[in-house]
Design a protein around this ligand. Sequence first.
Ligand SMILES: [Zn+2]
Length: 301
Amino acid sequence: MTNPPVCDYEGSDYQTSFWDKGGREYEDRTEAIAIKRLLPKSGRILLELGAGAGRNTPRYVGFERVVLLDYSRTQLEQAQQRLGNSDKYIYVAADAYRLPFVDGLFDAATMIRVLHHMADAPKALGQVKNVLEANGIFILEFANKQNLKSILRYLLGKQKWSPFTLEPVEFVELNFDFHPNAVRNWLEELSFTIEKALAVSHFRVGFLKRIIPTSILVFLDSLFQWTGAFWQFTPSVFMKARVAQNGILHHGQDNILSYFKCPDCAHSPLAEKHDYLECTNCKKKWEVKEGIYDFREALKG
Ligand SMILES: [Zn+2]
């Protein structure tokens, strides 16, 4: 089975260079507001897809457990340092196109700044749908190709691609912007119901961020986020989607081992060995090392 290429942040200092020192306080704070508005206050177990170094994870405080999933092991190690060791957090290195979880496990999932790197977005969204239970909530953020800047550039003839058409635009290798209606269609084809949409980061403009205090821009953005229900022209859009009621209902097991399935053959449960989990069906071994479950590639031998 072939899978789309994966954007890998292994060994990256993304957290430091992009967030901590990159002048992204405005983006970070407007995201926090959007999450607070969309996510249920409490819940059982949340899947954070593309958790990276755990920047958003403390915002899921109302959930009993959070599974942090990222393709990069070094990003998860940074998250471990940030969040500390606790039963509340489970760290999983895996490919979003082959999730290693049993169907219907989670009552919520978030995917923020991740679809942006998905060459096959519908495939990744389908994986999320499978692991959510009936009525489960999915908070999805994506980069919007139909933003004011791209519309202006297109109208002035400075940009070839149209911001108004449904197909994604890959502006740098493995960096995609999407049309809101395309994302809406994909979610609805998977029988999600979209309950809310927020337009976020209205003022992501270099000179505004330099001359106006961040807290004022954040306040103004928070006033305008609601307009996302009617139109979306901001560079970032959040959607809250709900799985249909007739989906799988969670079986209520607390044992972490029961969460996993083999990402290759879908068999579960896996057998717990000293430093790996073994699939009793296809015999593949999946490493467990220093608190990180690694489902990217099976161990050799
Ligand atoms: Zn297997």
